[in-house]
Design a protein around this ligand. Structure first.
Ligand SMILES: [Zn+2]
Length: 525
């Protein structure tokens, strides 16, 4: 059990001041594919998600709704989890940062960093808005000509005591770490951005305390202050695996294999986070993967919009799931939006991808195989025990093809993995069926028709294995519709790399409903 390689991954934790939209879901999906793939490949996986609750925005939102902040957070966490569960996101733990356990572990961490001399008391001076009750950046001050961008009132110069984390002292160590670990920031474009930013602008010490806030985590060595939300949010990644109270689990999973985050928060994860860990005597994570955003395509106007409440174009995952299915949702975003870059969602395009690749391609292959086999052979391929099927895709080197798909999955190029499966494998298999037409052949040469069907079933076996991390339910349904010897729970990508014989005659094990195979992906008009 202990010799299993281990794999620890996280997603960013979300502000629960509004419900998750399809862009939020995109990140969780991309992370989920990786977790599912690693589990398949024999890793001991721990997949952490959560909500970022210790922010003033959240307590303000709760106040607006006349709710107790904690009750509001708990209810939002329930709503978030409902969405993630509906999408089959296979997280192992979901952390709420307002939980007592997280707070305790957080205090232990910050105390340690303080004891190690990396936190000092100082004064924070900046442009303050009395309406927002917060400091604005120099950039905001300049851009809005000294007025609050929200309130349009003059910003005032204000200084207050605070605690600084000495981030600047880690600058050289960070640059060295990036250089020695070229894969640390992925994709490479993000890495270049961070490196040049640090080299040109340098790193400044960062104010990690807030004064006069009710909601938040108290600083243990000065309870007048609360911990700045980023300093506490990042700690979820270690408190969630036992930092501070379960040393064995923490040591087992840390350092993290991949933090999945949106590209807008790369700086916090690539600079502040490793420095915080070093300041507490811990190791930096192995990889930060920054994905792109989902935009809304206005198909009538032909324009592309940012998802935003004020534009009124927010689409919640449930809207798509209830119209199509969770599997269709997963497929569309993974196939159509390149995970490292940006992608677009449009209802028309969604239906197009669904119909052409799921309904007419994979779904059609499945239902043809099942229907013809039931109708003509009673669901049994007599005399096929011990027989190795023949390849149906001309010139395809199966083992190489599977390695290509594997490479794409491991590098989070999910769209390319799916593209390869569809274009290089499923489409040619459908063409094989078309050109051999077993539905006609069966009338003149039953044995030849059986052979064609028997060969093509292998494509369903192979495709279902490769698709397991992407559309787990449909893939399972396809695989378990036949008596393939290896149990579904044990299949690995390597099983897809060769055409296999099996000890018993191949047979269809799925049951018919009213004499028919229910379609996997019913076409949408
Ligand atoms: Zn303001």
């Amino acid at each position: 059990m202990t010799d299993k390689p281990r794999w620890f991954q996280t997603t960013a934790i979300d502000y629960p001041n509004s419900r998750p939209h399809i862009g939020t879901a995109f990140e969780k999906l991309g992370a989920d594919v990786q977790a599912r793939y690693r589990r398949m490949e024999g890793y001991d996986v721990f997949f952490l998600m959560g909500n970022d609750e210790n922010t003033v925005k959240v307590s303000k939102r709760a106040a607006e709704l006349k709710q107790d902040t904690q009750a509001y957070c708990d209810d939002m966490a329930r709503q978030f989890r409902e969405v993630w569960d509906a999408l089959d996101i296979s997280y192992d733990t979901f952390i709420q940062t307002s939980s007592e356990r997280h707070k305790q572990c957080c205090r232990k961490f910050i105390q340690k960093v303080y004891d190690n001399g990396h936190i000092v008391k100082g004064k924070f001076e900046g442009w303050y808005c009395t309406g927002c009750e917060e400091f604005k950046t120099e950039k905001q001050y300049e851009e809005s000509n000294g007025l609050c961008p929200n309130h349009k009132i003059p910003l005032t110069r204000r200084s207050e005591p605070c605690y600084f984390f000495k981030l600047s002292t880690f600058q050289d160590r960070l640059l060295k770490y990036y250089e020695e670990n070229p894969d640390f920031i992925q994709p490479e474009s993000r890495r270049n951005e961070i490196v040049s930013l640090i080299k040109t602008e340098g790193l400044r010490d960062i104010n990690i305390s807030r004064q006069g806030e009710e909601w938040g985590i108290r600083i243990p060595f000065d309870p007048e202050f609360t911990i700045y939300v980023w300093f506490d949010a990042l700690l979820t990644y270690i408190t969630g695996i036992g930092y501070g109270d379960d040393e064995a689990t923490f040591r087992k999973y840390w350092p993290c294999d991949t933090h999945f985050i949106g590209k807008d928060i790369t700086r916090f994860h690539c600079a502040l986070w490793p420095a915080m860990l070093w300041a507490a005597g811990e190791e930096a994570p192995k990889k930060v993967f920054a994905h792109g955003f989902v935009y809304i395509k206005n198909e009538e106007a032909g324009t592309v919009e940012k998802i935003s409440k004020s534009l009124g174009n927010v689409i919640e995952p449930m809207e798509v799931i209830s119209k199509f299915s969770a599997e269709a949702f997963r497929y569309f975003f993974l196939r159509e939006c390149p995970f490292p870059s940006d992608g677009e969602f449009g209802w028309g395009r969604f239906a197009e991808v669904y119909n052409s690749e799921l309904a007419n391609n994979l779904g059609n292959l499945f239902s043809r195989e099942m229907t013809i086999t039931w109708k003509n052979f009673g669901g049994v391929f007599d005399g096929t025990a011990g027989k190795v099927p023949e390849p149906v895709v001309p010139n395809l080197k199966l083992a190489e093809f599977v390695e290509t798909v594997r490479g794409h999955v491991e590098a989070c190029r999910y769209n390319l993995a799916l593209q390869a499966i569809v274009q290089e494998f499923l489409t040619p298999t459908n063409q094989y069926l078309e050109s051999n037409a077993p539905w006609k052949l069966v009338k003149t040469d039953k044995d030849a028709a059986k052979k064609v069907l028997f060969n093509a079933v292998q494509s369903l076996r192979i495709a279902s294995i490769l698709l397991k991390p992407f559309i787990p339910r449909s893939a399972e349904k396809i695989y378990t519709s036949f008596n393939f010897p290896r149990p579904w729970a044990d299949v690995r990508y390597a099983d897809a790399a060769e055409l296999k014989s099996q000890p018993d005659d191949l047979r269809v094990t799925a049951e018919l409903i009213d004499g028919k195979v229910p379609p996997l992906f019913p076409r949408i008009g």
